[in-house]
Ligand binder design. Structure first.
Ligand code: ZN
Length: 290
């Protein structure tokens, strides 16, 4: 994403940087003629605060305590905005905020701010509109999957977007979204010019077969997908321990996974090791981007 902003392909990004490295980071941005503005410091939030909040069900996946930016704060990370445009960097903090807890009540950020922030980040309008209704209980990536007519394109793969190999930071409205594909293609071309080996690795990883549970909860496999199953030699958990609920370790024991309407079966060769019940059809589905 940083390269996309440097190359002028993306108007704005946000990031988290250790406070003690903030000045160094600012220098790097200056070198590339980018503006940086700190938003606030993010700290771990005690679970007890979340538990007693009225309306906690609508909190987003990012759960942190926000405190005003202090340039000498210790052991802290600062959330910041980066842009090549003076106007955009001024607008970002107005709209880029999370649903939050004030006293004991959850205050939801207005849909209008989400929409404006998505557009400021350069996300395609079709995708921002598709995801604007962040309705609880809806598996948005499954909705995007259902909205995909034809083979999913790796340019629209959002599942490793917190790891090393990714081209898009938005969740696409379909895995063949025209605008997302266009943006991702431009970025891959730009990365190829600077770091061809990295570009090749990105493409390789984005084409690995996946078992998807939810946004930020999927497993990528080194292997082949065919007829409702994946034969694999290795796997990567595309999530974080505090977000992904998948019993990932069980997959490390096997080399074959079969997905049916109501079960996920993990095999080691012909031996069934684990049978996981699916709570609903979209709670674990196979996906392959080409
Ligand atoms: Zn779209």
């Amino acid at each position: 994403m940083f390269m996309a902003v440097v190359k002028g392909l993306k108007p704005l990004m946000d990031d988290w940087v250790a406070v003690e490295r903030y000045q160094d980071f600012k220098q790097i941005c200056k070198k590339y003629h980018l503006y940086v503005t700190p938003n606030c410091i993010f700290r771990n939030v005690p679970q007890s605060i979340i538990e007693k909040a009225e309306g906690k069900e609508i909190l987003t996946t990012t759960k942190s305590q926000a405190i005003p930016f202090d340039p000498v704060a210790k052991d802290s990370v600062v959330h910041l905005y980066i842009s090549g445009s003076k106007e955009v960097i001024k607008e970002a903090p107005k709209f880029g905020w999370y649903t939050l807890i004030v006293d004991d009540a959850v205050v939801s950020n207005p849909l209008m701010d989400n929409l404006k922030y998505g557009l400021l980040l350069g996300y395609p309008k079709c995708c921002v509109r598709f995801f604007i209704n962040d309705t609880q209980g809806i598996n948005q990536v499954y909705e995007a999957y259902k909205n995909t007519h034809g083979e999913p394109s790796f340019y629209c793969n959002p599942f490793s977007n917190d790891f090393h190999y990714f081209l898009i930071h938005n969740y696409p409205c379909s895995f063949r979204c025209r605008e997302t594909t266009k943006q991702a293609k431009e970025l891959l071309k730009a990365i190829k010019e600077e770091e061809p080996e990295y570009a090749a690795k990105i493409e390789y990883h984005l084409k690995l077969p996946l078992l998807v549970f939810h946004i930020r909860d999927a497993i990528a496999f080194e292997g082949k997908i065919s007829k409702g199953e994946i034969r694999y030699s290795d796997s990567y958990f595309l999530s974080f321990p505090n977000i992904g609920k998948t019993p990932y370790k069980k997959f490390l024991e096997g080399n074959r996974v079969r997905v049916t309407k109501d079960k996920i079966l993990i095999f080691k060769n012909e031996t069934l090791l684990h049978s996981l019940e699916k709570s609903r059809e979209d709670d674990g589905f196979l996906l392959k981007f080409s």
